[in-house]
Design a protein around this ligand. Sequence first.
Ligand SMILES: *[C@@H]1O[C@H](CO)[C@@H](O)[C@H](O)[C@H]1NC(C)=O
Ligand SMILES: *[C@@H]1O[C@H](CO)[C@@H](O)[C@H](O)[C@H]1NC(C)=O
Length: 298
Amino acid sequence: MSVCSSSSSSSSGGYLGSAKAWIVHGIVAGITIGAAIGARAYLGRSRKFRSRVVGIIPARFASSRFQGKPLVEILGKPMIQRTWERAKMATTLDCVVVATDDAKIAQCCKGFGADFVMTSESCRNGTERCNEALQKLEKKYDIVVNIQGDEPLIEPEIIDGIVKALQAAPDAVFSTAVTSLKPEDAFDPNRVKCVVDNHGYAIYFSRGLIPFNKSGKVNLQYPYLLHLGIQSFDSKFLSIYPELQSTPLQLEEDLEQLKVLEHGYKMKVIKVDHEAHGVDVPGDVEKIESFMNDRNLS
Ligand SMILES: *[C@@H]1O[C@H](CO)[C@@H](O)[C@H](O)[C@H]1NC(C)=O
Ligand SMILES: *[C@@H]1O[C@H](CO)[C@@H](O)[C@H](O)[C@H]1NC(C)=O
């Protein structure tokens, strides 16, 4: 199996033009500068800091809410292929692989030319699957991006953004992205909120509204942050992450990422413009298709 034997990634072509659009205003403007200075100091010592990057798309067949989800067609193309095509446009990834436990998904990947790795059915979550896939790759990587297969419209710029953020923050082991929270999602426990410090490191994630205004209502003036599922890891950290003990806040909120913070690791957060179009249940397919039709996306 020659998975990712080519080290060149496809270039992002026409996407570069729009790259500026998503980057970070407000909270993050100061942070970007701070991070850049830090990175330069670090790179003075080592030019190659965390330079080898792999994108892994975990794709399992079984799902309680949506059996065979990665193979569902969205405007005539399997969802897993759409996610992979987006990921291939990211310029920071040396290689993109699908990690699956299922022969039909593997067959599908072969059909459109994606590299894939077979992982065991016993992986309990996407992070474990990424870790197992990483161990099976021929080459070594410094950063692993966990690209969720249920966000087929993920912008390559977001992938590049979290990779660069992690490369620029040597004290962080994890990076992820947030976007503006819509007021109507404020009290939806499935929309995870995040607060960050002045340097763009995560302070906390919650299913409840944070920060909480004493009026008990949403403050329409406040720039609340919605967490997006995409994340990247330092690969050494990824190998210990699933083994780290569960923690009280993680268990109470049922949020994996809290385990990272509770164990004292740092997590870098970037702010992006992104409208989430996750496909979680069969009914979401129609929604995303009509969104794509409206925007003339094919
Ligand atoms: C709470 O929200 C209101 C608007 O709803 C805002 O005027 C106020 O500054 C916020 N903060 C505090 C501490 O009340
Ligand atoms: C994945 O599942 C394992 C076992 O349930 C758990 O220990 C771990 O915290 C989960 N999440 C991550 C991100 O590894």
